[in-house]
Design a protein around this ligand. Sequence first.
Ligand SMILES: [Zn+2]
Ligand SMILES: [Zn+2]
Length: 246
Amino acid sequence: MWRSSSQTKGRYYSTIQVDIPPKPWFTNLTFGKATTSTLIRMRLGHASIPLHLARLNLLPSDICECGNDVGDFNHIFFACPRYDRSAFFSSLLYIKIPFPTSISVLLSNININVYRILAEDERVKTFKYWPYNDNNKCNIRNMAEAGFYSVATGDNDVDAVKCFLCGKELDGWEPEDDPWAEHKSHAAYCAFVQLNKREDDLLLPEYLSIILQYMKNEIRNNQEIATQLIDKKAKEVWRKIHKLRK
Ligand SMILES: [Zn+2]
Ligand SMILES: [Zn+2]
């Protein structure tokens, strides 16, 4: 046994344990350290929830404050009467998550795109035509940190950007413009502006609230597009009827 193992010393654990991928699930993501560790803690259940706190003997029981059930993530997100989750549920339906579902399903690799759109480093990658350099206040890193990604299509709109959360579009940037200040003055209602924190400084509930807000905004935008399409169709039909009557 030992003789044979010495010959294969140093090989990847994954080659003997095939169920474990050689690289972790977050390899291709460029989240900040805090975000990645938040997601890992949620996936493992190592968080400030009754179930985990009781395991560490910090709470006498793992039952949720509501008294209905064990306080794990699934209870908190899907059943606990202490929270209103209507927006959360409609968001899940919107991104076509089949019910019943659970936190482990939501945090599995299938839904990784939900997180990708929120990542600062992913926004950095969108700035291909940006006219300002690192010495300018509105450099690419500061723009991405303030929630902006580039929507430039070519030479005519090199400095067109959009907020990932509120959708506000801005252009006409000056080198000394402060991205956070501009975001605030043009879209003070933006939930990201109101938190006023870098991605790595967000706490878990804040991070979740941003995910939810993003989903809600997406739903609203799609509803607006749908309403416009229906209006247009209705007008066409009305015109046809009008012609027939003449
Ligand atoms: Zn509860
Ligand atoms: Zn915004």
